[in-house]
Write a protein that binds this ligand. Structure first.
Ligand SMILES: [Zn+2]
Length: 207
């Protein structure tokens, strides 16, 4: 057996010993546990993914301010913009940085605080039955190839674990309040890379 075959074999056996999900945490995400979560309502089935965009301060990438916000460790006085959100307690299940790096803040089995007042197909309070994924970016701006690649991998993993009916934007479940991820997010690119039916990615428009 060649060295590379031996390496491939030991990688495969390591993977087979590692469960993909453990208590709602995905093995490929770096865990950064947030205190901002609560129980989903009894019997709630996870059926929706809500995609968001965020950067702190807006348009500045690469720092740790988002991770600090979601874990209640942001120094509100460190930037004038942070003062405008002082005291905010929010979270999402996942964050995909511009580099594609993936962080997980809340177990998917728990209810993260990302969508606020919202509804999808007549069902209110999307936080009860959704997974929230933040993309580091600017509302209306473009996202990186590394982010699309990581998002597709994450959505595939989520759809193997949960009965995901639809992937939508925050702007679609809270249209009077929210505009993220906005026009720079390419739903068609996402649906092409997933090879999913457009019924599951309803804002993709290309066949
Ligand atoms: Zn949002």
């Amino acid at each position: 057996m060649s060295a590379s075959a031996a390496t491939a074999r030991s990688d495969a056996s390591r993977r087979s010993r590692t469960p993909a999900w453990r208590d709602g945490w995905w093995w490929r995400a770096a865990a950064a546990p947030s205190p901002n979560h609560n129980a989903r309502p009894a019997g709630a089935q996870i059926a929706l993914v809500v995609v968001h965009s965020i950067s702190l301060p807006p348009g500045r990438y690469g720092g740790d301010a988002i991770e600090r916000l979601f874990t209640n460790r942001l120094d509100w006085s460190a930037h004038p913009y942070f003062e405008t959100i002082r005291g905010l307690q929010v979270s999402a299940h996942f964050l995909i940085a511009r580099t594609g790096k993936l962080l997980q803040f809340v177990s998917c089995d728990r209810r993260a605080w990302h969508a606020g007042a919202s509804s999808w197909r007549g069902r209110a309070d999307c936080n009860d039955y959704s997974i929230g994924i933040e993309l580091e970016g600017l509302e209306g701006g473009r996202f990186t190839t590394a982010q699309y690649t990581q998002l597709a991998a994450l959505l595939r993993a989520l759809s193997r674990r949960y009965a995901i009916d639809a992937v939508v934007g925050h702007e679609h479940v809270a249209p009077s309040r929210k505009r993220d991820p906005g026009r720079g997010f390419d739903w068609n690119r996402l649906v092409r890379s997933l090879r999913w039916s457009r019924t599951r990615v309803p804002f993709a428009t290309q066949a």
